[in-house]
Design a protein around this ligand. Structure first.
Ligand SMILES: [Zn+2]
Length: 73
């Protein structure tokens, strides 16, 4: 399943890690139709709703790792 780059904002992107489509400074985007992505997106949304920044960062880290492992182009 292709990752839509149109969904990712390009602002704040650096060129330090050209092989990483989701630089750490930008929150990763959930891939539509992927159960793991939607679970992590829900987790992130819940963390954001609670104002739990460390859980938010955790969810982003997990999602980024998942995207890299399972949605690698
Ligand atoms: Zn996924």
């Amino acid at each position: 399943m292709p990752i839509s780059k149109a969904d990712a904002h390009e602002e704040g992107r650096t060129t330090q890690v050209p092989c990483d489509p989701f630089p750490p400074i930008y929150p990763p985007t959930a891939v539509e139709g992927c159960p793991a992505c939607s679970e992590l997106a829900a987790r992130r949304a819940a963390a954001r709703a609670k104002g739990d920044e460390s859980a938010l960062v955790d969810a982003n880290v997990l999602m980024r790792r998942h995207l890299r492992l399972d949605h690698r182009p």
